[in-house]
Ligand binder design. Sequence first.
Ligand SMILES: [Fe+2]
Ligand SMILES: [Fe+2]
Length: 275
Amino acid sequence: MTIIAQISDLHVQVSGKLVYGVVDTTPLVAEAIAHLSRLKQQPDIVIASGDLVQDGTIAEYELLKTMLAPLQCPVYLMPGNHDHRNHLKQVFASHTYLAKEKSHLSYTVEGYPIQMLMLDSIIPGKGSGCVDPERLTWLEQQLLAAPATPTLIFMHHPPFATGIPWMDRKRCQGHGALANLISQHPQVKRISCGHLHRTIYCPWAGTIASSQPSLVHQSGLDFTPDAPSQFVMEPPAYQLHVWTHENLVSHTLYVGQFDGPYRFSDGKKMMTAAL
Ligand SMILES: [Fe+2]
Ligand SMILES: [Fe+2]
């Protein structure tokens, strides 16, 4: 069994500044990292799927580095639209997978029973994302090289439509060509994305596509056509993707202090500390 923790959309900002004038992300991220560190069974790997920081500054990445330090397992980072590729690489210079000489920061994580492909979907300076021909070619090369290896693709911008108009107006460009490629590679078990700040699943291109909750704030659920983009302070959460050698199963964990656990057999509270 391989356990992959995915944390997303941390939006770390230097101390004292509030994201959008409302959210103090530093304590929220710290609480989530502490929650993850307390898990009885630690993940084999942690993936952070973009919007690691709010403004892409060196100071923010330095703070992020300090905040991630308690994690004992390998941590892999990918950029989101709030990130700055060069500043990320500069501060995380020891993360040599980021140093590859190409125009995007896509890379492969090997050494696990399930292969992980990190597909950089950002357009520098823009909120929207894309999978352009260069990145599509890179992805195709990885998929052709390991046709029998179960594969999990991570990207920041989801390629699927959510049914929420204000989200779908910024749908990842190049999604049609990406769907065509993915549909030819049945080894792809999931495309797991960030950016939407909500837990969403749908069948897509012959596999399952999903988006992650955020560690700091969630997107407001409003299906009306003229609704503006919006966020709500629903509970922060992250996911554990468990590769069972048969299937990829994903579990959502909410960050916070919750009562329990209680035994079903006699209703007694268990001694195990609740997360
Ligand atoms: Fe985000
Ligand atoms: Fe984003």
